[in-house]
Design a protein around this ligand. Structure first.
Ligand SMILES: [Zn+2]
Length: 112
């Protein structure tokens, strides 16, 4: 019971720390005219080959490098994950830009 309670407390602290980090990053980016894009942090970005998008089923934490069984590319776990996260951020920005363009066109037509 105590262990579960401590786990929940640690999770809450972790969530608060993450929230503070995101708020700080958002503040700094807004100062510079940037845009913060949050992606799903629980998605297994490290399990997907950033070259061919093959998803490996298991990836223990101690595996730091792996070879994609589909394309044969050697992957560094963190570098591969960072490439996938960057690509997802760019994809989400593209979606946001598309929605903004759609809204501008739709609102523009309503105003005429
Ligand atoms: Zn691959």
């Amino acid at each position: 019971m105590l262990r579960k309670h401590n786990h929940n407390l640690a999770q809450t602290r972790s969530d608060v720390s993450w929230g503070m980090f995101i708020n700080f990053m958002n503040y700094k980016l807004q100062q510079k005219g940037g845009l913060l894009v949050e992606i799903n942090r629980w998605f297994p970005w490290y399990k997907i080959c950033s070259r061919c998008l093959y998803q490996i089923s298991e990836m223990p934490l101690d595996v730091r490098e792996w070879t994609c069984p589909s394309c044969g590319t050697g992957r560094d776990r963190e570098e591969n994950a960072s490439k996938n996260i960057r690509a997802e951020g760019i994809r989400e920005i593209s979606v946001l830009e598309g929605l903004l363009l759609f809204a501008q066109r739709t609102l523009g037509k309503e105003g005429k």
